[in-house]
Design a protein around this ligand. Structure first.
Ligand code: AMP
Length: 421
């Protein structure tokens, strides 16, 4: 049998990329803390019905991309393709509105979509997301977007601009859908096969198509922003004024729609700007979904949220500052000292130092080379003579200096060396 390989579109994160991912997650938690968001975790697997109901039957995700299966108990289950559905399910299941009027949650974790793999598009990827429940006003949207932009900047993305649109409420969407179909129907032959099909099932999605023939037709289509009622318009204007006041860079993008059905009113996206992530690729998508909690069996509850693609963010953001690395490399001079070297290493680890040893032994020189390679500043040479006298040799690998230190004074000596740099 040939050697097993990871599933297509699913990737290992080796330590340098894991360090970047973990650093970004830590930054996200830190920014979220300043905005008073708490983290929640929901299962990776949910009932298939949950996603069909929330994301929408005629979306790409539900039509083609879900990893769905029937388990041994005959339950229809799906690996979550996004985070909001599960978070809303948890919000309703735990009746969170009975405990607090406004809820602010973040989440992070792996998502699964059977898309065609490409740069920045995977079948297992990770999202960092936030949801704010219970506040219908535009300032909630603005506060959330401000948190998002602050995080992206602190993650190292210099050039952030938020693309904004409004899908209006159900009334505006109905009117717009009608006008859009009226515009598209006579132009049907010019559309891609996918869009021709969507024209009947989900015409708004035609606006979202990347096919060049569709883009041309869509460029002159009616704009949703012309169909907003007074309240929708006031919401959008309020949000834009708030973003101006908060100095969050944003631009109205009337063709913006997103591939999930649950949004109404506010919709936003942050895209790559040149660099490794294409200018058409979104690093973050979000919006308001005032009807979803009720659809899931809760009381009418306004909500707004976003999800950032972690892998795409890693394409945009520079790597984090290097981690502190190994403090001390403990070298056993001969085979007889290996066990004692391990004991000394353990004592230093108990002090909070990062310690590496090479207990396979080997020559002094090869162990010192290894110490160099892991970036250790200090080496401890543990020899039999020294052990008999209760001392070790402490060597500064950069300066090439070496001195004898009593075992009981070791911790203080190492701390002194470390703070000397
Ligand atoms: P969505 O849940 O579709 O609104 O996507 C939110 C964000 O998740 C996007 O802006 C991407 O950054 C990321 N994302 C979505 N699908 C994928 C994928 N297949 N691979 C990598 N990242 C993705």
């Amino acid at each position: 049998m040939s050697a097993p390989r990871a599933v297509k579109g699913m990737h290992d994160l080796l330590p340098d990329r894991t360090a970047h991912a973990a650093w970004l997650e830590a930054r996200f938690r830190e920014v979220a803390r300043r905005w008073s968001f708490d983290e929640i975790r929901t299962p990776v697997v949910e009932p298939t019905e949950l996603f069909v109901r929330s994301i929408g039957e005629s979306t790409d995700i539900v039509e083609k991309e879900m990893y769905s299966f029937v388990d041994k108990g005959q339950d229809a289950l799906t690996l979550r393709p996004e985070g909001t559905a599960g978070v809303v399910r948890a919000y309703v299941e735990h009746a969170v509105w009975t405990q607090e009027p406004v809820t602010r949650w973040i989440y992070m974790g792996p998502m699964f979509r059977r898309e065609r793999p490409a740069r920045g598009r995977y079948r297992q990827f990770h999202q960092l997301g936030a949801e704010l429940f219970g506040d219908p006003g535009p300032y909630a949207d603005a506060e959330l977007i401000d948190m998002l932009v602050t995080f992206l900047r602190e993650a190292g993305v210099a050039d952030v601009e938020v693309l904004l649109n409004s899908l209006g409420g159900p009334e505006a969407r109905r009117a717009y859908r009608h006008a859009l179909v009226e515009y598209l129907e006579p132009r049907r032959p010019a559309l891609s096969a996918d869009s021709q099909r969507r024209l009947a099932s989900n015409p708004l999605r035609v606006l979202d198509s990347k096919a060049p023939e569709d883009r041309e037709v869509v460029a002159h289509a009616p704009r949703i922003t012309d169909f907003l009622n007074a309240e929708d318009r006031a919401h959008l204007d309020g949000l834009r004024a708030a973003l101006d006041r908060l100095q969050v860079p944003h631009r109205l993008e009337p063709t913006l729609v997103r591939g999930l059905d649950y949004y109404d009113r506010t919709l936003f996206e942050v895209r790559g700007r040149g660099g490794e992530l294409g200018a058409q690729d979104a690093v973050c998508g979000g919006g308001r979904y005032d009807g979803l909690v009720e659809t899931m069996g809760g009381p009418p509850t306004p909500a707004v949220g976003f999800a950032i693609g972690l892998e795409r963010l890693m394409l945009l953001a520079p790597p984090p500052p290097p981690p502190p690395g190994t403090d001390v490399f403990v070298v056993a001079v001969g085979a007889a000292e290996r066990l004692e070297a391990a004991v000394i290493a353990r004592e230093l680890r108990a002090e909070g130092l990062s310690v590496e040893t090479d207990l396979r032994g080997g020559s002094l020189r090869s162990q010192l080379r290894r110490a160099d390679r892991v970036g250790a500043r200090l080496a401890l040479l543990v020899g039999s003579d020294e052990l008999a006298r209760g001392v070790v040799q402490l060597r500064d690998l950069r300066a090439g200096r070496q001195r004898e230190v009593g075992r009981d004074a070791l911790r203080a000596a190492i701390r002194a060396e470390r703070s000397a740099t």
